[in-house]
Structures are given as structure tokens and as C-alpha cells.
Design a protein around this ligand. Structure first.
Ligand code: DON
Length: 330
């Protein structure tokens, strides 16, 4: 398929590209389900769904939008945004850096120059952010973040009890990270409450359309374009998208920025959330993961979409920058 001629784009063209993506990626059976949390392996490995939501409130989709999956590490981006808003970037930056680590998401390590977690997208950083949120919000913290995630998705989201229990039973490494953070005075007691918030935030159920609408909320300066509600603070959104761009795709983040060129975050549940600033939220779900922990089909879909529409942030033609505002459904 050649690049889409943006100047004449209609809904039919968008649906055509989505069909092309579906036909291409559905053949791909590479990768494996995450099974280090047993409950995560209980999904149909063949599912694929993709959704786009524009910053003027239109949605397009293909494949499975019914099946829900747990948001997992994609929650790290939302919680970081909420923490920046509640505590201000200086306070948050004192605790968690913004440098890519280049190591596994669950590495037991700190940045040796600062003695704090490298960034909020690795577990050490996300658990520190959960600790900050717990300090601020106390026992209301989970209900509070669930409400904010729901506002961003435009519908009431729920906890997947089975995955949450499975996280609790198997989360020894995260507990080790939490206690290491405590011993380094990087977080305060009660560390178990911070960990519980972390396990819960990872266990919130979403579908591919929820991710697209959450993405559109980020793309639309923090305002959900479908409900019209201002969900996130604009400055916090800017800072969150920056960290997603550099650290959102595990140890594939550099390759992703190079090939796809969009802020994004993936989770071991099989979801990827991507954002075209001021234009689009993109959500994909397909549970087979590559060795980095990214959805194989999700990654392939983003590459095709970005190429077809010129969405890479540094695309030389700049074709993608006027996509929604000028041509989607006009
Ligand atoms: O084991 C954990 O920490 C997971 N619940 C986090 C999930 C995830 O998607 C990995 N992230 N970067």
C-alpha cells in the first residue's frame, strides 16, 4: 500500500488503511503471552483490536473492541501525569528522573548519578510515583486514580480482581524494589500501601477503544474530546508525553522513537497507547509479546499507521501534522 494522499482523505480512506493493517498483522503469530503473572496467560492469543480517536471526537476502529485486558504499565503514564498535576514537577522530579534506563522495566537499580529511579515508566519509578500519590491521597488513592482513568476513557473502568490477586501473589520482585526504595529513603512508609496501589493500577481493565480515547484526551491538551471534560492538566500532559516519547516502550524505546516517532506506552497485558499530539489517540490490543514485552501485532500496526499517514514527529513531509484538523471527515 502506498502512502495515503492526505489532501483527499475521507473516513473510507481511514477504514481502508485500518483494514490493510488488520489483514497484514492478523497473519503474524509470533511472540508469546506474558505468563509471569499466571492470570495474564488466560487470554485468547489471537485477538487483535485497533482504535483511533481524534481530537474532534471521531472514532474509527477495526477488530476486537469488546475484549478487555489489563492496562498494566500503560497506567504508569497516567499516574505520572496525575502526580505532576497534584504535586508539581519539581517535587516529582526530586524523586524520579526522566532519563531512559536502557534496562528491563523491572530492573533493581537506580540512576547512580542521582540515586533515584531513572524514570516513571520503569517499575522503580512507577512504585515511587504510587508512593507519592498514596502520601497525598491516603486510602482514597486507588478510587481517585480509577476515577481519573475513567474520565480519560469516558466510561467507568473497573479492576480485574483475578489479575490483581495474581499480581499480589507473584509480585515479589516489585516488593523488593519497594523496600529498596524505602531503605534509600526514596519513598516513605507505608511501602505496602504504595505497592498495593501499583498492583491495582496495573489491574484496571480497558479495551482498545478506551486506550484510543485516553490517548485522544492526552492529544487534546488533557480534555476528553468526546465528553468535553478537562481531565488532565495541560503542562502535566506535555511533561508526560515527553517521557513517553523517550521511555515508553521498554528497552525498545529508542527504536520506537526512530521508526514510529510517537509518544507511546505499552503494557504486558498486550495494549499499546499512542498519541499524535493535537490530533489522535491510538489504541491497540493483541496479547502476544516480543522479547522486550511489546505487543508484536501492536507494534507492527503502529509502524504501518505512522508510515501511511506520515505521523512520525519528524516526518520530512509534515503530511501528518494537519491530518485531523484539516482532513479527517471534512
Ligand atoms: O509486574 C509488573 O510490575 C507488572 N504488573 C507491570 C506490567 C508491565 O506492563 C511492565 N511494565 N513496564
Amino acid at each position: 500500500m502506498g502512502n495515503v494522499e492526505i489532501t483527499s482523505m475521507k473516513a473510507a480512506d481511514i477504514n481502508h488503511v485500518l483494514s490493510h493493517i488488520y489483514d497484514t498483522v492478523i497473519q503474524n503469530r509470533e511472540g508469546a503471552l506474558a505468563d509471569y503473572i499466571p492470570e495474564l496467560a488466560k487470554v485468547d492469543p489471537n485477538i487483535f483490536g485497533m482504535a483511533l480517536a481524534t481530537n474532534n471526537g471521531k472514532v474509527y476502529s477495526i477488530g476486537d473492541l469488546e475484549t478487555t485486558f489489563t492496562i498494566q504499565s500503560i497506567s504508569k503514564a497516567l499516574n505520572y501525569c496525575i502526580a505532576l498535576e497534584l504535586m508539581g514537577s519539581d517535587v516529582v522530579f526530586e524523586r524520579v528522573g526522566v532519563e531512559p534506563s536502557g534496562d528491563r522495566f523491572n530492573a533493581i537499580e537506580f540512576d547512580p548519578r542521582t540515586l533515584r529511579p531513572y524514570n516513571p515508566m520503569v517499575n522503580a519509578g512507577a512504585i515511587t510515583i504510587a508512593g507519592l500519590l498514596y502520601d497525598r491521597l491516603g486510602s482514597e488513592a486507588y478510587e481517585y486514580i480509577l476515577d481519573r482513568f475513567s474520565q480519560a476513557a469516558g466510561r467507568q473502568l473497573e479492576l480485574h480482581e483475578g489479575v490483581y490477586r495474581s499480581e499480589l501473589l507473584t509480585g515479589h520482585r516489585n516488593r523488593a524494589i519497594g523496600h529498596l526504595l524505602l531503605s534509600a529513603q526514596a519513598i516513605e512508609e507505608p511501602v505496602d500501601a504504595a505497592l498495593d496501589l501499583y498492583f491495582r493500577q496495573c489491574s484496571i481493565s480497558v479495551n482498545a477503544m478506551d486506550l484510543a480515547v485516553i490517548g485522544a484526551t492526552f492529544a487534546n491538551l488533557g480534555q476528553n474530546p468526546i465528553t468535553g471534560r478537562q481531565v488532565f492538566d495541560m503542562t502535566a500532559v506535555r511533561n508526560t508525553l515527553s517521557v513517553m516519547f523517550t521511555c515508553g516502550m521498554y528497552d525498545y524505546s529508542g527504536n520506537w522513537a526512530y521508526d514510529v516517532g510517537l509518544p507511546a506506552k505499552s503494557g504486558v497485558g498486550g495494549g499499546i497507547l499512542g498519541i499524535v499530539n493535537r490530533q489522535l489517540g491510538i489504541g491497540t490490543f493483541s496479547p502476544r509479546l516480543d522479547t522486550n514485552g511489546n505487543s508484536v501485532r501492536g507494534l507492527a500496526s503502529f509502524k504501518i499507521l505512522s508510515d501511511e499517514f506520515g505521523l512520525h514527529a519528524f516526518d520530512p513531509t509534515n503530511r501528518g501534522s494537519g491530518l485531523v484538523s484539516h482532513f479527517f471527515d471534512h
